[in-house]
Design a protein around this ligand. Structure first.
Ligand SMILES: NC(=O)c1ccc[n+]([C@@H]2O[C@H](COP(=O)([O-])OP(=O)(O)OC[C@H]3O[C@@H](n4cnc5c(N)ncnc54)[C@H](O)[C@@H]3O)[C@@H](O)[C@H]2O)c1
Length: 300
């Protein structure tokens, strides 16, 4: 048994990602046997030999592979990296048709050959392909999942660690959503040690367009508004935030709910000023106008 009790790991696709996964698993002792499969026989055979030649230094893992799917038989975990990769300017979603075709051909055969295996999709768009793989195979979600935003989260943490000048292990932050252009960072939950990054002005450094306007996503701006309002008075609940982005600057329309009998701890004007000053403090972004609507209709 490998360190994690895993007997056979198969990697589908012997390209840059597949061989890196196989190598990482090999040096970590993740499995007793690692199989590498690719349609390109010459490439996979060469990669298998390279990996096998290094096993003197990595422990007792056996490395096998080839261009015959029989090498995958009896796998416990199958990591799928086979397929086309993004060309410059191409989105991950544009890869979907090509890679869905490859996956549709592979999946039934993989399931027949390894009926107990857990499948991990890395080929892009990995979250979309995961849904397709589940439909084709009929396997439950816990048996087919993607690497998702784990790489993006790791990239974000590295950038934050570099920006703040701290060890990567002290950064707690997540990118969530689909591993693609709609994913986003959870700034309100990001922290360095116990300190929320929204408290650290230098961490969230704005980018400027050619015309000098600060560029920030609506989601990130909304997270900051929520954070500011929460700091101002924790009894105020936000119902809706509308970000108006009109080339000059940002205007916010914030609908809030203040429970009956709770004092705002000042007045609406103070809250408007608090939001403007704090967002500028945290990010350097000047909000042109904040319009606050109090809605007593209850939370939707
Ligand atoms: N999810 C993530 O975080 C993440 C990160 C990096 C790359 N990727 C994706 O992983 C995939 C692989 O990237 P790469 O850089 O290794 O590409 P690559 O071109 O280096 O390797 C792809 C390999 O797949 C093989 N292949 C193609 N069709 C096949 C089939 N039907 N059966 C078996 N093998 C087949 C090719 O022969 C090639 O060796 C891409 O889709 C890429 O976008 C995902």
């Amino acid at each position: 048994m490998g360190e994690r009790g895993l007997k056979k790991l198969t990697v589908i696709g012997a390209g840059s990602v597949g061989t890196s996964v196989a190598y990482a698993a090999l040096i970590r002792g993740s499995a007793n046997e690692i199989a590498l499969y690719d349609v390109n026989a010459a490439k996979v055979d060469a990669e298998v030999l390279d990996l096998a030649h290094g096993t003197q230094f990595t422990g007792s893992t056996r490395v096998i592979g080839g261009s015959d799917l029989a090498v995958t038989d009896g796998s416990d975990v199958i990591v799928i990296t086979a397929g086309a990769k993004q060309r410059p300017g191409q989105t991950r979603l544009e890869l979907a048709a090509t890679n869905a075709g490859i996956l549709s051909a592979l999946m039934p055969e993989l399931v027949t050959r390894s009926p107990q295996a857990v499948h991990v999709l890395v080929t892009n768009p990995c979250d979309v392909l995961t849904v397709i793989a589940r439909r084709i195979s009929g396997l439950p979600p816990e048996r087919v999942f993607a690497s998702g935003t784990v790489l993006d989260t790791s990239r974000l943490r590295l950038l934050l660690a570099g920006r703040a000048g701290v060890s990567l292990s002290s950064v707690h932050a997540h990118i969530v959503g689909e591993h693609g252009d709609s994913e986003f960072p959870l700034w309100s939950a990001a922290a360095i040690g116990p300190v929320p990054t929204l408290h650290e002005k230098s961490v969230v450094r704005p980018e400027y367009s050619k015309r000098g306007k600060v560029l920030i996503s609506e989601a990130a701006l909304s997270q900051m508004v929520i954070h500011c309002v929460d700091e101002y008075n924790q009894n105020i609940r936000i119902k809706k935030i509308l970000v108006k982005d009109d080339e000059i600057g940002y205007r916010l329309v914030i609908t809030i709910d203040v429970p009956y009998g709770i004092q705002l701890g000042g007045n609406i004007h103070n809250l408007q000023q608090y939001i403007i000053e704090n967002i500028e403090h945290y990010t350097g972004i000047l909000i042109e106008e904040v319009n606050i609507i109090i809605d007593k209709g209850g939370l939707s």
